[in-house]
Design a protein around this ligand. Structure first.
Ligand code: 6GU
Length: 224
């Protein structure tokens, strides 16, 4: 999978992709991430990429021209399956969307800043908008990192135990059950006995019960 990220703060995207799962995905050639500094593509002086909004009001808007220039350049090099705009007013990101995006060959992700990007870019280039939750971040970069992580870990060969994504919270519409490791007795706090009984059916049943209980308590509405 190839992901091109358009940003005015490329520094924000260095660290999230340099470690652990994302590093493994890149090292194994399963995921290629290209970040593009929008300021390198503006026709305006001094790297200007934003301007005051028509109609007045506080806050700057990202101008259409630098974005269109960079998008045209990328789209002339290959066909992209998605042009995603990260924005708090987009549809909420969830596991279903992550699963779907993990099947794409490539995508462009635009990170907004200030008051966002000129509406005409949304109308004429963007194929999908994503918010990661109902709160406002100062820019789309951290949100893009969340999406890339959630999608990247689903690529075949990224997880060490390939089956483990199948048992993630949300994959079956339920939250994951509690997990325990050694020691069985830590400061007098015991691991549930059923996990030590060696009967896979009993253990599966217990985990399922716990998942349902957790989901009802923490995500009422998700089980209905
Ligand atoms: Cl995608 N961008 C920004 N700036 N804030 C957000 C967001 C995105 N998702 C939630 N808050």
């Amino acid at each position: 999978m190839r992901i091109d990220i358009i940003t005015v703060v490329p520094e924000l995207l260095v660290s999230p992709f340099g470690h652990s799962m994302m590093k493994r995905a890149k090292d194994r050639g399963l995921l290629e991430i290209h970040t593009h500094n929008l300021r390198d593509h503006t026709p305006y002086k001094q790297g200007q990429v934003d301007d005051y909004q028509f109609g007045g009001g506080a806050g700057m808007v990202m101008m259409p021209e630098p974005l269109a220039i960079l998008l045209d350049k990328l789209m002339a090099e290959r066909t992209y399956e998605e042009v995603i705009y990260m924005t708090p007013d987009g549809p909420l990101f969830d596991q279903r969307t992550a699963n779907m995006l993990s099947l794409r060959e490539n995508m462009i992700i635009i990170c907004g800043h200030y008051k966002g990007i000129d509406e005409r870019i949304r109308q004429h280039y963007v194929t999908r908008e994503i918010s990661i939750g109902d709160y406002v971040l100062s820019g789309g970069e951290l949100a893009a990192a969340v999406v890339v992580d959630a999608v990247g870990r689903l690529l075949p060969g990224v997880l060490n135990d390939e089956t483990s994504a199948l048992f993630d919270s949300f994959q079956d519409g339920l939250l994951a059950p509690p997990v325990y490791t050694r020691p069985a007795n830590f400061r007098g706090w015991e691991v549930p006995e059923v996990l030590l009984c060696g009967d896979p059916k009993k253990i599966d049943d217990w985990r399922y019960e716990q998942s349902v209980k957790r989901t009802k308590e923490r995500r009422p509405g998700m089980t209905e």
